[in-house]
Ligand binder design. Structure first.
Ligand code: FES
Length: 166
């Protein structure tokens, strides 16, 4: 919150060799990007497991930004292509969970592109701000509550088995 106005929480996974350095460069060059982004440094975008992304959303992130080396520039040869495949897969899955596509973003940003990192962060914050809070922790509580009341309604082990089969 800033002056009572809600602002989104963005978790950013940045590759050490490119986007993380670009974010550093942006800082040194006094290029201002939104302060509500928490940057996590990873050694390659290919290190970002889909589980990290889902966990960030589950723990309260409103958006997740991943920054990696440009195609053919990955230090581990194809980590960024692996990330791209995971990203495409997640973009198909996330809407099913009520998470809009604009909440997950992948950008190729080299170490020299301080301006681009600033643009990507600010543009993402703006888009997620327009979407509003995701509120996954609250949704999990609601789902847990639904499961509990469903369980209470079922009396026999057979009924429970049938309910869990769906
Ligand atoms: S080393 Fe940067 S994306 Fe692989």
């Amino acid at each position: 919150m800033t002056n009572g106005e809600w602002t989104p929480r963005i978790v950013a996974f940045f590759c050490n060799w490119c986007t993380y350095t670009a974010a550093d460069l942006a800082g040194v060059s006094r290029l201002k990007y939104a302060a509500n982004v928490r940057i996590i440094r990873v050694m390659c975008s290919g290190r970002v497991d889909p589980q990290f992304i889902l966990e960030a959303f589950a723990k309260g992130a409103d958006g997740v930004l991943i920054g990696g080396c440009h195609p053919n520039d990955c230090h581990y040869s194809e980590g960024n292509y692996k990330m791209l495949r995971r990203f495409q897969l997640l973009r198909r899955m996330l809407p099913e969970m009520g998470i809009e596509n604009d909440r997950l973003r992948l950008e190729w940003i080299s170490a020299a592109e301080g301006e681009k990192v600033k643009w990507a962060i600010n543009d993402m914050v703006e888009k997620v701000q327009a979407l509003g809070s995701l509120g996954m922790p609250g949704r999990f509580q609601d789902w847990d509550q639904e499961m509990k009341s469903l369980e209470q309604k079922m009396t026999t082990p057979e009924e429970k088995e049938v309910a869990y089969a769906h």
